[in-house]
Design a protein around this ligand. Sequence first.
Ligand code: ADP
Ligand code: MG
Length: 248
Amino acid sequence: MAENVIEVSNVSKSFGGVKANVDITMAVERGSITGIIGPNGCGKSTLFNSIVGYHPIDAGSIKFENQEISHLRVGDIARLGMLRTFQQTRIYSKMDCVDNMQISVSHRPGSQSTMFASRRGEIRERAEHLLEFVGLYSKRNLISGDLSFGQQKLLEFAMALMNEPKVLLLDEPTAGINPTLINGLIDRLRRANEELGITLCVIEHNMRVIMNLASHIYCLSNGKMLADGKPEALQNDPRVIDAYLGGH
Ligand code: ADP
Ligand code: MG
């Protein structure tokens, strides 16, 4: 039986009077691509923030590889092998792509060894390899601020891969990307999952994308877990259809 790499149990998180997450329970199977959907403001990004230790939760338990992590901070959780990307890209727009890639590793806590020359060469090689993986090799020496928005998203994805995560949480990776690049991005996400063995958990607003990508999908609504299941089942679930129609 497949093992869960993330287990979220009865997690709640409020901001003042706003109940962003209420009693959320979900799991991510190792090796899977798991989707999270739901109308704007339903608590998807908050859930990611709770999982990666960006803020303390009010109640519940979050386990990564059977270890309780809800009391740990972002750096500790990253070191265990779980990273997230953001809805807004976080690249250094005045640096070129290779430098952005290299910086994303040396910022990782506990990686002082990046100071050594041999390690630097190795990192540069990995940076170029991963830029090729996401289709940005020919742009590697360009200032990243000159890339299109979609290319910046690909760069950010490659930067996350530099840290060799076991699990990567992606917050709306296709938001703002034109349809042709979206297909390329989906392809890269799938390859990262299949070839690099990275478990992916993806928040996605584009239903076509998530139905195509995920093997299991969770749907949030008003901070609560509304439904979960395989894409086909979820797509036809009247509660999910209502949440989308009523939510906008
Ligand atoms: P989603 O990602 O599904 O669009 P969010 O998790 O970003 O939803 O937001 C859920 C709710 O929590 C919203 O009402 C939002 O305004 C609120 N919220 C999120 N982050 C904060 C914060 N740091 N401070 C106050 N309210 C927040
Ligand atoms: Mg969000």
